[in-house]
Design a protein around this ligand. Structure first.
Ligand SMILES: *Cc1c(COP(=O)(O)O)cnc(C)c1O
Length: 397
């Protein structure tokens, strides 16, 4: 009886992600799959990698997938497969993880950053249009937080100007735009299987998805020293192969991805319900888009205080991303200053990613929502002098 009371009085903990909870649901299958690879000592490329590639391409409703050692490599080699390099410009969103820009820089091209649309946090299409120059070779739209970018107008611009579209689908495994899957919306798409992504390996991994056979063949050589046949090197390639053990893990997890994505969507719906009417900006899907809710990102001007408040209740939230790419020291040479991309900059100050993963329970979501409501109403009351003395410990302090 006393232990039960203790459990009741103990504050619930809501981690930002819970990879251990997911592992417990697939432990036996994962252990079988990895020990099979080890027993067969088939460690480099081989059967598990090709099977995963076939299965992942089918999941994306595209023809080919080529496994890579990370999402960043997938972006970089996708650009290389289209011969994008020094002297070329590639347009991408200022509001993204830095790898979107790094891949462009690493092939020797120049990332041209543009601002995002405040309703989806994905790239602002009119900003792309204004950034096109005779040097522009590609656009790299990012399906941020699992929500697809506005692909139809991007496609129209790309067709008009002869540009390659490389999707950064690193957060969008399974997302749809007008019924078509992320991965089949451009000329090629890069996916990351970083452990915390919707489909995550047990280490680094990634893939490029494309419908173009020539591009797929080129990528297979690019990731493998520029060879098709062992020791026959057609060009100076790289070692960026998808690890075979990771492929075995990913094959197990891919079978559950639809179910896990559906659980994320359900969780997003629960957050919408429990946070309805609360004074924070909630994320939403635009018409025609089906997000896979990699992150559930709210916005508020009291972001930092709210994040602290959630921590005192045992809730971990994240910030994606606190410093925009154009204000990073790594990109000082692009010559940007604060004020260049106002939407991106206000995102950096206001966004807060709530706990989001398939195994999150309704109770946990209600608990998080209640903590946010408590904070927001305490903050609002603090503005009213008559009430401010009765508040007790002030959440907005
Ligand atoms: C995770 C991520 C990447 C990079 O993937 P890695 O596997 O970590 O190299 C690139 N772009 C976006 C938007 C990402 O979220």
């Amino acid at each position: 009886m006393s232990t039960q009371m203790l459990m009741h009085s103990k504050q619930p903990q809501v981690p930002f992600v819970d990879l251990a909870a997911q592992y417990r649901t697939i432990e036996r299958e994962i252990n079988e799959a990895t020990s099979r690879v080890i027993q067969q000592t088939d460690f480099i490329l081989g059967r598990e990698v090709s099977l995963f590639e076939e299965e992942f391409a089918a999941f994306c409703e595209a023809k080919y997938a080529v496994g890579m050692d990370s999402g960043t490599s997938a972006l970089e080699l996708a650009l290389r497969a289209f011969d994008i390099g020094p002297g070329d410009e590639v347009i991408t969103a200022a509001n993204s993880f830095i790898a979107s820009a790094l891949a462009i820089s690493h092939v020797g091209a120049t990332p041209i950053l543009v601002d995002v649309d405040p309703s989806t946090h994905t790239v602002d299409v009119s900003a792309i249009e204004s950034a096109i120059t005779p040097r522009t070779k590609a656009v790299l739209p990012v399906h941020l937080y699992g929500h697809p970018a506005h692909m139809d107008p991007i496609r129209q611009l790309a067709d008009k100007h002869g540009l390659v579209i490389i999707e950064d689908a690193c957060q969008a495994h399974g997302a749809r735009y007008k019924r078509k899957r992320a991965g089949s919306l451009g000329h090629a798409a890069a996916f990351s299987f970083y452990p915390g992504k919707n489909l995550g390996a047990y280490g680094d991994a990634g893939a490029v998805v494309t419908n173009d056979l020539g591009v797929a063949r080129r990528l297979e050589m690019l990731r493998n020293y520029g060879q098709k046949e062992k020791y026959h090197h057609q060009f100076r390639g790289y070692n960026r192969r998808l690890d075979t053990l990771q492929a075995a893990v990913l094959r197990v997890k891919l079978k559950y991805l639809e179910k896990w994505n559906a659980a994320r969507c359900r969780n997003a719906t629960l957050y919408h319900q429990f946070l309805d009417g609360c004074n924070v900006v909630l994320p939403h899907e635009v018409a025609g888009a089906e997000s896979v809710w990699h992150l559930y990102v709210i916005r508020t001007e009291q972001r930092d205080a709210l994040k602290e408040h959630l921590l005192t209740r045992g809730i971990s939230a994240g910030i994606h991303y606190p410093i925009p790419i154009h204000l990073q020291p790594a990109y000082r040479d692009l010559g940007h200053k604060r004020g260049d991309f106002p939407v991106t900059e206000s995102c950096a100050e206001q966004v807060l990613s709530l706990p989001m993963y398939a195994e999150l329970t309704q109770d946990q979501i209600e608990y998080v929502a209640k903590a946010i409501r408590d904070f927001m109403s305490a903050g609002q009351d603090a503005h009213s002098v008559s009430k401010s003395l009765d508040q007790g410990p002030s959440a907005s302090a």
